[in-house]
Design a protein around this ligand. Sequence first.
Ligand code: AMP
Ligand code: MN
Ligand code: MN
Length: 332
Amino acid sequence: MSAPIEHTGPVPSAAVLEPFSRGGGRALMLGHVHPDADVLGTLLALGLALEARDWSVVYGGPHPAPDLLAFLPGVDRYRRLESLEGPFDVVVLTDCPNPQRTEGLIDQAKRAGKVVVNIDHHPDNRRYGHVNWVDVTAAATGEMVYELLTALRVTLTPAIATNLFTAIHTDTGSFRYSNVTTRTFTIAAALVAAGARPELVSRSLYEQRAPDALHWLGEALARVEVSEDGQMGWLALPASAVPERIVESEELVNYPRSVASVRVACLLRELDGTVKVSLRGKGDVDVQQIAAQFGGGGHVNAAGCTVPGPLPEATRVVLAAVRRAVDGAARS
Ligand code: AMP
Ligand code: MN
Ligand code: MN
């Protein structure tokens, strides 16, 4: 392909639509590491729409879909991919700011695919596609794929609507965070009109706990710490402290975030000798800049990185960086 195409507006340009405008073909919907509802919901929604137009679609990424998201329509099609069997007429990545977050699959995809389309809302997106549509004003890539399907005049089925509604629901913390705009609600309303059921999505996301889950949640919450000045809250979890399934389904970082005085919340979890860090802010401290110091990234209010263990050392180093950021940023 010729020079990469870049588009940043909320509505897709003709160049963004072009790869999907042909009558059919073979498409790969490629997900990022540890896929969440924004990436899965958008890949499934777009893939299902293309299938209705006689495309053949492969869905997958470096890790399988988590059990928590088994309710997403079509997610049983999403597979862990070790290698890619091309060729593909189009390869789509959503919600994926950089090639490292595909664990090498993007390089294979570039060899196997004629056109790589990068659809994302992360400010640190690296523009690795042939077509790069990066709208940092979108609360979720779910909003962008809604705009894409609307521009392509796709009929929104309940399956497509449920996938996009869940993508938006999770990336906005159930429509609570500062990324929520009037557009978010307008799109959510259209998705409900098309058959997404808010009550069913909430129940599937938040009321499917195992009988022992609250016990483990208690174990985790007992480890929450808040700094003396109240501005930093964190939770450091050694590898064996709480089962993996609990950490994956509970968004534990939201608990230190919920302390009124906390400006930056941090979850540090030990995994295979390294420590995975989740950072959350409330608008006045840019946590993406903290994550970037450790080779990670994300958004102003939600970011992450992976740092070397052991856990106490990782906690010390990350909290020192959080302290510098908190002290350096004016309160909003
Ligand atoms: P998480 O805390 O894992 O829910 O991630 C929050 C945000 O940070 C998401 O937008 C991720 O894309 C981003 N993020 C998390 N971990 C990393 C990482 N290791 N490198 C780059 N971005 C990350
Ligand atoms: Mn994501
Ligand atoms: Mn997202």
